[in-house]
Design a protein around this ligand. Structure first.
Ligand code: 2HA
Ligand code: ZN
Length: 270
């Protein structure tokens, strides 16, 4: 068995948690990451027959049976993940029944996966339906995106268009826009179901007055997606109270679509 601390997936999750912490998106125990691992790769580091503990999921994830994930732990601080990966992260396999997480490494202080695992695994199931290459789901609390949910109508189209208009590259990075959920109780199966539903049409889902979920094919892409939306939100919050003199027109958005070979969400542009 190779040393899992040397694996690219542990190193990348550690680096991502530190970056997100430093950007101020993950105060205290805020935020969580789940990363669907390639079976061949993970089995270089863990013995699939040595299950440390079985942890009930509290919902059914049968579509993900047999899949391996690395997941941040509940109550853990992103700030500390890099210093102590084995205490703050876990590698789990979803059991055949889809109702139990089989712990193969990590959570070594007796801990368990994030309280937001329903939203994570349900989002994985949803994204895999539209993009078989999706591997990462990330949740965090980016300051400006959160601020926007206090001052803007909570509609998918309004949010998407406002963000697209704040930076030229936004429509290229997230042509599907962002979807928005109203305030809901976090850590529940209900918010998981609602998030997954919204994940069918966009890779970004805003949780009003709470944070955001992003999904993508790897950690870099998912991080970059949230980073781009948060940058746009920052500009929005800098200008929202000022008279708007210029913007990016829908005509300009069409030029961007053509030039970069992307297609904006249907019905969002004139
Ligand atoms: O786990 O961010 O939404 C900490 C959170 C809950
Ligand atoms: Zn949160």
């Amino acid at each position: 068995m190779k040393n899992i601390l040397e694996s690219s997936f542990v190193k990348e999750v550690c680096a991502t948690c530190s970056n997100m912490y430093r950007l101020g998106w993950d105060e205290r125990n805020g935020g969580n990451i789940s990363y669907l691992l390639n079976e061949e790769e993970v089995l270089e580091y863990v013995n699939p027959k040595e299950v440390i503990r079985e942890i009930p999921l509290g919902f059914n994830a049968k579509e993900l049976a047999g899949k391996y994930f690395i997941v941040t732990g509940t109550g853990k601080y992103f700030k500390n993940v890099e210093k102590n990966p084995e205490g703050n992260l876990g590698v789990i396999r979803i059991s055949d029944c889809g109702c139990v997480a089989e712990l193969l490494w990590g959570y070594n202080d007796g801990g368990k996966f994030t309280s937001e695992l329903p939203a994570h695994l349900m989002s994985h199931m949803a994204r895999l339906k539209v993009d078989p290459n999706n591997r990462v789901v990330t949740h965090c609390h980016p300051t400006n995106l959160l601020a926007m949910t206090y001052v803007l109508e909570l509609s998918d189209k309004t949010f998407s268009k406002e963000l697209w208009q704040m930076c030229t590259e936004c429509i290229v990075v997230f042509p599907d826009g962002v979807n928005v959920l109203p305030w809901m109780l976090c850590g529940t199966n209900e918010i998981g179901i609602a998030t997954a539903e919204k994940m069918l049409t966009a890779r970004l889902v805003v949780w009003s007055q709470h944070g955001i979920y992003g999904a993508g094919k790897d950690l870099d892409e998912t991080f970059g997606l949230i980073e781009t939306a948060e940058k746009a939100a920052e500009i929005y919050m800098k200008i929202a109270h000022l008279p708007l003199v210029n913007t990016i027109s829908d005509e300009a958005m069409h030029q961007l679509e053509n030039h970069f070979g992307v297609k904006a969400r249907g019905g969002y542009l004139d």
